[in-house]
Design a protein around this ligand. Structure first.
Ligand code: ADP
Length: 578
């Protein structure tokens, strides 16, 4: 490009110079030649005017011989041919020839005009010599009367011949000017393109990652402005790159130092970035550019990533990777951005959880046997005791019952938290299951004068789940509803929604204040401890209910306001039978 720009500039400039020179040459040489011709003609006229006087005496004396001698003498002194013609057209004397052999010149136009007293000039073909000639004729006067005509003639070729040296000089001048134009065109093209060449070289260097080149142009034109702008841009780019590199280094240091494994994936699952902790976790030193499944083969991870890619929503789950347990969080960046996958090592937390679970489970088992024995003996003692003692024994019995309930609930919970716990899933008619639960509580409803109603929308599909656990879920919810409702009604409704079944358990009880709602599913969280105790509550019923719902991949929430009753909404996804 640079070369062609140089050549383009060079040849354009050269062409313009050549055209200008040519025009100047044509114009100037035309003017010069015309001027020269005019000078010759003027000289010829002046010569004729000054010479004609010499011939007057001889012409008046009709001494043609002397006249011819004079004409021949004067003819030698000038470059022109001299002819003296009588008024009747006869040639009396001629500097180049013998007048006696020359024809009558009465019809020559210059002669005719001179005879009329006017000096005449003609350029025409000589009828005697058959060559182009320039004629100048003037009348020869004596006492104001025309007594003859003096004619001066020059070969046009002679005039042309005289122009040859002038033309040669002009040609030499043209050649010198052309050479100067050539050199100037070359210098000008170089002057114009050299900075561009330097700028191009510098731009190539910058493109190659070297931000050091600066282009200095010592002139005050647009190219200087371009060079200044280029230098400024390179400076800015260099500073920007430096800051980006520094930030990247900082980011890499931060990413390397965090304990969590971090993975950035593109849409095709290829690793864009992986931190040190991830590489250590999957025992692979080199990751970027490779698909994640080459690093970690785990169907659960594939599922989480696939789900996040499809829904562009966060997804999380627990994975066992190389003897450790990790909480994996897949989070897609907005738009079509990459996926961020984090791996938090929760092995220690899981270990402590297992210890706690084992402890609770062992303790519950250990407590259940002595408690059963205490309960048996209290009942035996009660049969043989006085009325006063029986009252105390009843209190002991009630508290023992509460302890047994609590231990049973704790055992149920730790059983459900067991990772190896499998649901015994079957096809269930949920309406029938809820109806059976209602039958269990029919007596208590009657006692408390509570009206219980179960209704289901049309086309309620069969649900694939664990009937034993689901029954426990509804028992806990209905039991709570009866426990906390003094009178009024309880309504359980089932309905099919898009891809799921929605169950609502609603009562007309005292309701729950908003500040307690987020916490009621926690273990041992009770709103009113004395009331819960009085009702034989353990504070574990809703924790168990939530666990059962989660084991079925569902959701549970409570909607309530004090004095407005409480509604538990359970949503269970309809899954294909496995
Ligand atoms: P508890 O054994 O005490 O009933 P739960 O875990 O079953 O324990 O319930 C936790 C707390 O939530 C209860 O103590 C009670 O305060 C509140 N609660 C549960 N169900 C209802 C309800 N239907 N109406 C009002 N409060 C309720």
């Amino acid at each position: 490009m640079n070369k062609s720009l140089f050549l383009k500039t060079f040849f354009s400039y050269l062409l313009i110079m050549a055209l200008v020179l040519l025009l100047v040459f044509l114009f100037a040489s035309g003017i010069i030649e015309n001027q020269y011709r005019e000078n010759v003609q003027r000289g010829l006229g002046q010569l004729a005017a000054s010479l004609q006087r010499n011939f007057v005496p001889l012409l008046a004396a009709r001494d043609t011989a002397a006249l011819d001698v004079l004409v021949k003498e004067l003819g030698k002194e000038t470059d022109a041919r001299l002819t003296v013609i009588a008024t009747d057209g006869r040639v009396l004397a001629d500097s180049e020839g013998d007048p006696r052999h020359m024809e009558n010149h009465a019809d020559r136009p210059e002669f005719v005009l001179a005879m009329q007293g006017k000096p005449a000039e003609f350029s025409r073909l000589s009828s005697t010599l058959h060559r182009a000639m320039l004629y100048r004729a003037v009348p020869i006067r004596r006492d104001g009367r025309v007594i003859g005509v003096l004619r001066l003639s020059l070969f046009v070729s002679a005039i042309e011949q005289m122009l040859v040296p002038a033309r040669r000089k002009i040609n030499i001048l043209l050649a010198v000017l052309s050479a100067i134009a050539l050199v100037l065109a070359f210098l000008y093209a170089r002057y114009l393109t050299a900075p561009i060449k330097r700028l191009t070289q510098a731009a190539h260097q910058v493109a190659g990652g070297d931000f050091s080149p600066r282009v200095r142009i010592d002139r005050r034109d647009e190219l200087r402005q371009l060079a200044d702008a280029f230098n400024h841009m390179v400076e800015q780019q260099g500073a920007l790159l430096e800051s980006v590199q520094r930030q990247q280094l900082e980011l890499e240091t931060i990413l390397a130092s965090i304990g969590e494994g971090l993975l950035v994936l593109d849409r095709d699952g290829k690793i864009i970035l992986a931190n040190q902790s991830f590489k250590k976790m999957c025992l692979q030193p080199e990751c970027p550019g490779r698909p994640y499944w080459e690093m970690l083969r785990d169907s659960r991870l594939n599922e989480l990533i696939k789900r996040s890619l499809e829904t562009r929503q966060d997804s999380r789950g627990e994975l066992d990777i190389n003897d450790g347990v990790y909480l994996v969080h897949v989070s897609p960046l907005p738009g079509e951005g990459p996926l961020i996958v984090t791996f938090s090592d929760i092995s220690e937390y899981k270990r402590l959880e297992r210890i706690k679970r084992d402890f609770v489970s062992n303790l519950s088992h250990e407590l259940r046997t002595p408690l059963t024995a205490i309960k048996g003996f209290v009942e035996t003692l009660a049969e043989e005791s006085s009325a006063q003692n029986r009252n105390y024994l009843d209190i002991i019995n009630r508290h023992t019952d509460r302890l047994v309930n609590m231990i049973n609930d704790l055992l149920t919970l730790s059983e459900m938290e067991e990772p190896r716990m499998r649901l015994e899933k079957k096809r269930i008619d949920l309406l029938k299951l809820v109806d059976n639960v209602a039958i269990i509580f029919a007596g208590r409803c009657r006692e408390k004068n509570i009206h219980m109603e179960v209704d289901a929308g049309a086309n309620l599909p069969a649900f694939f789940g664990d009937p034993f656990r689901l029954e426990q879920l509804f028992i806990n919810l209905v039991d709570n509803a009866i426990k906390y409702t003094e009178h009024g009604e309880i309504r359980v409704s089932l309905a099919k929604r898009e891809g799921e079944i929605e169950i609502r358990v609603r009562d007309s009880g005292p309701g729950i204040a908003t500040e307690h709602l987020p916490r009621i599913f926690e273990r041992f969280y009770v709103v009113d401890r004395s009331r819960s105790r009085q009702q034989g509550g353990t504070g574990l019923g809703l924790a168990i209910a939530k666990h059962i719902v989660l084991l079925h991949d569902g959701r549970i929430e409570a909607v309530s306001q004090p004095g407005q009753g409480t509604e538990f909404i359970i949503t269970l996804p309809l899954v294909p039978e496995a």
